[in-house]
Design a protein around this ligand. Structure first.
Ligand code: ZN
Length: 200
């Protein structure tokens, strides 16, 4: 197992269409383990193969752990997904706005609208066919990662070209906003969480 280099813009591999995974062999298992290590080391909640320079339809995703009242991670509350050849087969009518970052665009975050829920057909790390129903934050990560497999980045999907900020500018904006507001909405809590944990 090893940590791989993450490629960043303007590397062209991030803009290529990827090829399907066809051989679920030992070399692929090694690559998957390395991608999981790389994602955790970054740290990020997702990593797609083009981000480590491989133009194939493969991504790893790990949701954030739930925390107890003292803020400690609850064991077993993280979900790890290894996803090959994914296809979004259904999307909810409802879309939600949220703040995203990307390990290949370090130092920036932007506002993106995504489907609130999606259904995905894919293969697991052994090539077995799987179907997933995903919601909220997990659905957002999946949409971000599947975009990577089509050469699409979150900066292509901004709600407005101006809604891209440096992490510092965004945090300053959030702090300024907090002083004006008495109640913090769930959306804002999520946003801060994302900024803290950087991107995918
Ligand atoms: Zn990304």
């Amino acid at each position: 197992m090893s940590v791989l280099d993450i490629v960043t813009l303007p590397d062209k591999v991030l803009r290529e269409r990827t090829l399907p995974v066809t051989r679920f062999d030992e070399a692929l298992q090694q690559l998957i383990d390395d991608m999981i290590d790389t994602m955790r080391e970054a740290p990020g909640v997702g990593l797609a193969a083009p981000q480590i320079g491989r133009s194939i339809k493969l991504t790893v995703i790990e949701t954030l752990a739930d925390v107890d009242e003292e803020g400690n991670e609850i064991d077993g509350s993280r979900d790890l997904y290894v996803i090959a050849n994914p296809e979004i087969v259904w999307t909810s009518r409802k879309r939600v706005k949220g703040i995203e970052g990307c390990l290949s665009i370090p130092g920036y975050v932007g506002e993106v609208e995504r489907f609130e829920s999606i259904r995905v057909r894919a293969q697991d790390r052994n090539g077995k066919k799987i179907k997933l129903r995903l919601h909220d934050w997990t659905a957002r990560i999946f949409q971000h990662e599947i975009d990577h497999l089509n050469g699409v980045l979150y900066i292509d999907r901004l709600t407005d070209p101006e809604n891209l900020w440096t992490e510092e500018a965004y945090e300053a904006m959030q702090e300024a906003g907090d002083e004006e507001e008495t109640a913090v909405s769930d959306a804002e809590v999520e946003v801060k969480y994302v900024v803290d944990k950087t991107g995918s």
